[in-house]
Each structure stands twice: as structure tokens, then as C-alpha cells.
Design a protein around this ligand. Structure first.
Ligand code: IVH
Length: 681
């Protein structure tokens, strides 16, 4: 029998349609209304019956079938997709005075006698996403990217149980085109379980639920996304054909009727006091919620009024976020020591008396470099105020009480604490030059090689890497491939099964994705985005390795400093030998089709004022995802990151209409592009 729809028996067509309708209904009852009508087993039976029919009659497969949630085969890369309408950011502040000023501006714009009505929502701390439905069917899901275009992650979003693959139409018909904006979340309780499971397997944990949500939707293998517990809350109609709403409230009502979850406790109010009370109530309930929020969003409800106020190129004038102050706690520095990273940088680290900050136990904080340490004059025994920058990275804000008999000021060492080689200063940083002889650097390289952004070798975490080096089993990166299950079984924490799992996981990286392999080598300046650009431009590892500075500089998004770092890396004899040793173990980075790169230009960032980490750390992090940085603001600056006491650069940015981000917003932006601040110092 040929497999075209008209050859399929009518009763099969009917059964498939009935199964789909029923499965959709039961899934909605289960996930959105928490009142299932059938048991999980009964649901599974219906699901498997539908799967079997679709398998038997492949022409019946359809992208909006409930069976499409289980994940599709891995893709080579994400497509860059333009948004239906730009995904603007929000102007934000932690100060209620700024909201009062915002309210005054709104009142002036609306004219005398008109009372603005605000719609209030929690500001969800997840990953921003656009969903596009055509004729009621989910056709695209796109990450925020640079606001104009992002990455197409449709297959991944399909796996989220609460995302309708087809709009509900029992109350409201489906428009021809609908574009929505929402936030993908991982609940705090699910995040805790998930990280605990990772820790058990010695897999690098995620730093925050947001980080984990963002990482989960950027998986090339959507089956991985399907295995994570995620939710999606939708709060905005970006574009809709054929219908229009007068107010955001009406839009949110429609969103609900089309079958989505929306943020809880949405309210409309008309006075400044009500807004501030809403903010205060959410802030005090913050620790009881099972999801992270970092403030509240205040938007004009009336859509005609919104149009009258308009938007700048990056944020609407009719909305703002009123953020919460960062969570702070007080604790004691028990010890300060120096850690040596894979690039030889010596980083002072404060070991703290463990303290819970916003649901996460903090026991260490990077003190970044000797300048930072001197400026804050931190000493062992001091009582300090700490906070999580961007609610993620722990940092010491200030000393609030000296220890009675104060320890001596902490001095940076003259020699590497691990290999005893004389260290040298490089700006504010201190570096151990013993690249190939320092065991700390080797451990760092191994951990990085197997890390999530690189070759993602499950079971090769900090503990295992330390053991492998300390026991002399691995004396250079390439020797990872020589490790046998028999050797591993002797190590603490390994059994026969976990030993062979790790050896298999290492062996499975013998045909690595080219981008991941580039990241894994730890070439200075080469992070996720640069690796992707190089891979797409050159196609093979060999071509990248032999690229000249001129060829590299000619590529958009790769500046002279990066080009030099890349060519220097491969020109160094010892690096070359280390890379050759890896290739000699039969590692063959995949070649990919060369394309004209269509990566979104991430633009130039300028940092100003007192930001919570040294500027070089923030700059390096932005460059490592392919962004550029500069010391001065011009019309071409993409955004300015303004810390406390920002002065003339901030003023200039405001005058030129350049987007201004606070440090938290910068971290969100960074993470949206797969970057992070951790590990960049
Ligand atoms: S409204 C143009 N509402 O906050 C206004 N944004 O920069 C569009 N966010 O990454 C945003 N919860 O994804 C809005 N209830 C909410 C939100 C929200 C979280 C995120 C948004 C964006 C950031 C604002």
C-alpha cells in the first residue's frame, strides 16, 4: 500500500484525529489545570497507540501531533531567525524614585486629567523566547538573540509540556499569524533535583535556574531538552493578524484562552502607591515562590496610550522594571587562598562560613585579583557582607566588622602555590608561566575539555580530573584517551560501571563537533560564538589551524586581538605538540559545510562605573561570546553597562540614545549567547 493520506482507511484517520484531540485535552487538564481525568498509565496507552499509528502511516505525521514532544534528532546548528516584531528590553531600576519619575513622564504624555492604568506582573528570571503560530500551529520558537533576530529552537520548545503545539480554539479562533513573547523557566525545586543528580554524576552543576533554563533550550539535541523539566509563561502578544486588543489585559486573557500559562498575580492599578505596594509584597514573598523573579514589570495597560508614547530603539517608553535589591547576607571569611586556573591566572578565593543567599548555599567567593583584594582590604576572620551578582555569582561587597586581632593583609604570592614557579604580574592579574608543568593548569584544561560548552564529557568533573592528575594517570591532555576502566576502578568513587561509562564517554568524543573541539582546546579568546564563526568560515580544523592573521581579521566579529591570540596559540610549539598528541589518539574533528556566517552582530559593549567584577572579567566574557568591547561611547555602541557612580559615559549614552544595561541585565544578555562570567577569571 502506498502511503498517501487517501489510501489510509477512514477509521484510522478518524482514530488518529480523536487520539490527538484527546491527548491535547488531557495534557491541558494535567499541566494547566492540575485536574487530570485519566491516570498516567491511561495517558501513556493513548500516546503509544497514536505513536504506533503514526509510525505505521508516516504520512500522518504532523508537527503539531502530541507525539512531537519527545524530541527530534540532533541538529548540526541553530538557524538564525528574524523575529516577527523586535523583542525590546525594559528600562529598569532598583529605585522607587525612578518609578515615580516614570509615572510623571507617563502622566505628561497622556495629558491632563487622564489617569494611567498600569498592568503589573512579576519579572520572571528565565530565558526570553518568541513563539510564532501560523493558522494556530506552532511553527517557530526563537531565542531573544540581539532583539531583532535570534536562534531557532523550535524543536526544543516543542518538548515543553505546557506549550500548546496548536492553539486551543474552543473560546477564541486562531489568528492567521500570532507572535507571542514569554519566559522559559525551570522551577527552583526541579532545579535543585536536577543539580543534585548532576553532582552525583560529577557533572558540572548549573549556576542558577535561569542558567539552566537557557542552557536547556539551546541544546542541539532536543531529546536532552525533553529530559529537563521546564515551563513556559507567556506575557505578551507581540503581533497578531486579524484581531486587535484595546488593552494588555485583553491580550493576556486571549493568551490564556489560547491555552498558555501566564504569570500569576497579574494586577491592574492606577496609583503609584499601589505599584509600590505590589512591588513590596512580591519582594517579601520572593523566597516562598518556586521560581526566580528579580523585580516587577510595570506596563501601561491601554494599548492606544502605548502607541502614543512609543519606544526607543531598545526599550518601550510605556514600561519599566522595578527590580529588587540584590539578596545580601552577612558571614565570615574563614580563609583566603589562591587558586590557579587553566590559563595560569592566580585567583584569590575567600572561603566563607556557609550561608544561604536566596536559596543557594554560598561557601566561596572569587576575590578576582590582587588589586580588588587590596581595595576591599579583606582579611581572614573579617565579617563581610556578601551578595550574588546578577543573583548568581557570589561576591564580597564589603567588610562590616574586623576581627579583633586582625590578620595581616593578604599578600599575593611570588611563586605559584601549586608548582612553585615564579609568577609575574599582567595588569591587575598574576600569572604562573609554567603552562605545561603546573598540575593545576593541567587539571583546569581537563575540566574545561570535558565541560558543558566544550566536549560535554559526563562524569569528567572536578573530582575526577583532580584524581587523574594527582595519581599521575594523565600528564597531558591527550592521555585522557589512554585511561582504561581498570585504572579508574582503583579511584575513589568509581565502580566498574561508572569506570566504563567514563571511558566510553571519552572515546565518544573522538569525532567531536568542530565548534566544541575548538572550545575544548582552550584557545585564548575563543568562546562559543567565536568557535562557531571559525567553524562556519573554515569548515575544518586543519583550515583553522593554518589560518593567517589576515584571514582571521577579515572575518566579521573577529578583531585583531582575537586573531593574534588564535595564531599565537597554534604557532606555539608546545601547544602544537599537545594538539597533535590529541589528534594522534584518533580524534577527528568533524568538518562542516562552509557558509557565509549569518551570525547576529552582538555589537560593542562599554562598561562604566563600579561593576561588581573587574572590568577585564566582564569584557573578556562578552568577547568570548563574540561581542566587542570599547572604552568609549559612540553612536555605534550597542549598549553601555553602567555600575554605581557611572558618570560621563552614562550621560553620553543617554544623550546618544544608546541602550543602558545594569550589571544583572548584562549577565542575562551574556547568558543568552551561551556565555557566563564564571570561569572567565
Ligand atoms: S515585558 C517590551 N514582562 O525581562 C516589554 N518582560 O528586559 C517586553 N521579563 O528579557 C518585556 N518577565 O524577557 C516583560 N512579565 C514580564 C517579564 C519580562 C520577565 C524579561 C524579558 C526580558 C527582560 C526585560
Amino acid at each position: 500500500m502506498t502511503d498517501t493520506t487517501h489510501d489510509i482507511p477512514a477509521e484510522v484517520l478518524e482514530e488518529v484525529e480523536t487520539l490527538r484531540v484527546e491527548l491535547r485535552r488531557h495534557s491541558y487538564l494535567y499541566y494547566h489545570e492540575a485536574r487530570p481525568e485519566i491516570s498516567d498509565t491511561e495517558y501513556d496507552e493513548l500516546f503509544r497507540r497514536l505513536q504506533a499509528l503514526e509510525r505505521h502511516y508516516p504520512s500522518l505525521e504532523s508537527p503539531d501531533s502530541p507525539t512531537k514532544r519527545v524530541g527530534a534528532p540532533p541538529q548540526a546548528r541553530f538557524q538564525t531567525v528574524e523575529h516577527v516584531a523586535p523583542l525590546l528590553s525594559l528600562d529598569s531600576s532598583e529605585k522607587s524614585e525612578d518609578f515615580v519619575r516614570f509615572d510623571e513622564r507617563v502622566r505628561r504624555a497622556l495629558g491632563e486629567g487622564v489617569t494611567p492604568r498600569y498592568i503589573l506582573e512579576p519579572k520572571l528570571d528565565g530565558a526570553s523566547i518568541e513563539l510564532v503560530y501560523e493558522e494556530g500551529v506552532l511553527t517557530r520558537a526563537v531565542t531573544r538573540g540581539n532583539g531583532q533576530e535570534g536562534e531557532g529552537v523550535t524543536e526544543n520548545i516543542r518538548t515543553i509540556s505546557t506549550v500548546p503545539l496548536r492553539l486551543r480554539t474552543d473560546v477564541r479562533p486562531a489568528p492567521a499569524l500570532l507572535s507571542l513573547r514569554g519566559e522559559v523557566l525551570m522551577y527552583i525545586s526541579d532545579f535543585a533535583d536536577f543539580n543534585a543528580r548532576l553532582a552525583e554524576a560529577d557533572i558540572e552543576p548549573y549556576a542558577s535556574p535561569r542558567n539552566s533554563a537557557a542552557g536547556s533550550i539551546r541544546q542541539l539535541d532536543s531529546r536532552v531538552t525533553a529530559s529537563r523539566k521546564l515551563d513556559l509563561l507567556v506575557y505578551d502578544v507581540l503581533a497578531v493578524d486579524g484581531t486587535s486588543f484595546d488593552s494588555d489585559t485583553a491580550g493576556v486573557e486571549a493568551i490564556r484562552e489560547w491555552g498558555f500559562s501566564v504569570p500569576e498575580r497579574i494586577q491592574t492599578v492606577t496609583t503609584v502607591d499601589e505599584v509600590l505596594a505590589y512591588h513590596a509584597a512580591f519582594e517579601s514573598d520572593r523566597d516562598e515562590l518556586d521560581y526566580e523573579i528579580d523585580g516587577v514589570v510595570i506596563k501601561l495597560d491601554d494599548l492606544a496610550a502605548r502607541r502614543a508614547m512609543g519606544a526607543t530603539s531598545h526599550h518601550p517608553r510605556w514600561a519599566m522594571a522595578l527590580k529588587f535589591a540584590p539578596r545580601q547576607e552577612v558571614t565570615v571569611i574563614e580563609k583566603i587562598d589562591i587558586q590557579v586556573g587553566r590559563t595560569g591566572v592566580l585567583t584569590p578565593v575567600a572561603w566563607l562560613r556557609p550561608v544561604v543567599v536566596g536559596g543557594v548555599t554560598v561557601s566561596r567567593a572569587s576575590l578576582h585579583n590582587r588589586e580588588e583584594l587590596r581595595r576591599k582590604d579583606l582579611r581572614e576572620g573579617d565579617t563581610v557582607r556578601i551578595q550574588r551578582a546578577g543573583d548568581v555569582i557570589p561576591q564580597v561587597v564589603e567588610v562590616i566588622k574586623h576581627h579583633d586581632e586582625r590578620a595581616e593583609p593578604f599578600e599575593m604570592l611570588d611563586r605559584c602555590p601549586v608548582c612553585d614557579t615564579e609568577v609575574y604580574p599582567d595588569g591587575p592579574r598574576t600569572i604562573c608561566p609554567n603552562r605545561f608543568g603546573c598540575s593545576a593548569q593541567l587539571k583546569g584544561r581537563i575540566i574545561h575539555f570535558g565541560s558543558r560548552a566544550a566536549l560535554d564529557i559526563e562524569g569528567l568533573g572536578d573530582e575526577t580530573a583532580n584524581l587523574l592528575v594527582d595519581r599521575g594517570m594523565v600528564t597531558q591532555l591527550a592521555e585522557l584517551f589512554d585511561v582504561t576502566p581498570d585504572q579508574l576502578v582503583d579511584l575513589e568513587g568509581f565502580g566498574e560501571k561508572s569506570a566504563s561509562v567514563l571511558v566510553d564517554a571519552i572515546a565518544a568524543t573522538r569525532t567531536p563537533d568542530l565548534r566544541r573541539f575548538l572550545i575544548a582546546l582552550g584557545i585564548p579568546e575563543v568562546g562559543v560564538t567565536v568557535a562557531r564563526t571559525l567553524a562556519e568560515r573554515f569548515g575544518s580544523f586543519h583550515a583553522i589551524r593554518s589560518a593567517t592573521i589576515d584571514e582571521l581579521v577579515a572575518i566579521d566579529g573577529i578583531g585583531p586581538r582575537m586573531s593574534e591570540a588564535i595564531t599565537d596559540f597554534f604557532a606555539d610549539e608546545r601547544n602544537a605538540a599537545a594538539v597533535d598528541a590529541v589528534l594522534a589518539r584518533g580524534v577527528e574533528p568533524q568538518t562542516i559545510e562552509v557558509t557565509a556566517s549569518d551570525l547576529p552582530d552582538l555589537g560593542t559593549a562599554v562598561f562604566t562605573g563600579a561593576i561588581p567584577v573587574p572590568r577585564v572579567v566582564a569584557e573578556t566574557a562578552w568577547q568570548s561570546v563574540g561581542g566587542r568591547t570599547s572604552g568609549s561611547v559612540s553612536k555605534k555602541t550597542a549598549f553601555v553597562v553602567a555600575g554605581d557612580k557611572a558618570g560621563s559615559k552614562l550621560a553620553k549614552a543617554q544623550k546618544l540614545g544608546v541602550e543602558v544595561l545594569d550589571f544583572d541585565q548584562f549577565i542575562v544578555r551574556l547568558e543568552e549567547h551561551g556565555g557566563s562570567l564564571e570561569g572567565s577569571d
